[in-house]
Design a protein around this ligand. Structure first.
Ligand SMILES: [Zn+2]
Length: 174
């Protein structure tokens, strides 16, 4: 397993639409292993492949709390096949937008169809945190970040600050 670099917004590679995966094979499982390790290390609870610069429809997730046994979940080519009519607000964060948290409104529950780690077709009814997380990660596959759900003003403020921090970091390294 290898730790990968997580892309930080603003980065054009985060806006790329991810392609469906043709086959769940050892190469893809090795990518998922890297993603899980990178996400745990960060630490985070969800990561889309595009966040490490691989524009494939692959998501890893682990919602286990600190001190609990890890509960890795893998979603390949996920699609939402049902969503609830009621919405929930939840404060979201993102490994590609470090240190920013904002409330986002999304359907409270969704049903997702996807391929798992072994390439088997599965369906999952997602509620609460799982529903928030899967919708957030599936947005990444479309090149959408959670700040894209906010007002333009808020989004620009956050992206400007991140961009400034990046330049500062680059200057310090130079
Ligand atoms: Zn994210």
């Amino acid at each position: 397993m290898t730790l990968r670099e997580i892309l930080i917004a603003p980065d054009p590679r985060l806006k790329v639409k991810s392609e469906p995966v043709e086959r769940v094979d050892d190469a893809l499982r090795s990518l998922m292993d890297d993603m899980l390790e990178t996400m745990h290390e960060a630490p985070g609870i969800g990561l889309a492949a595009v966040q490490i610069g691989v524009a494939k429809q692959v998501i890893v997730m682990d919602l286990a709390k600190e001190g609990e046994a890890p509960e890795p979940r893998y979603f390949v080519n996920p699609e939402i096949i049902w969503e609830s009519e009621d919405f929930h607000h939840y404060e979201e964060g993102c490994l590609s937008l470090p240190e920013y948290y904002e409330e986002v409104e999304r359907p409270a529950e969704v049903k997702v169809r996807f391929l798992d780690y072994e390439g088997e077709i599965r369906e999952l009814h997602c509620t609460e945190m799982l529903a928030v997380c899967i919708q957030h990660e599936m947005d990444h596959l479309e090149g959408i970040l959670f700040v894209d759900h906010l007002t333009r003003l808020k989004r620009q403020m956050i992206l400007r600050k991140l961009s400034k921090a990046k330049k500062q970091q680059a200057a310090e390294l130079a």
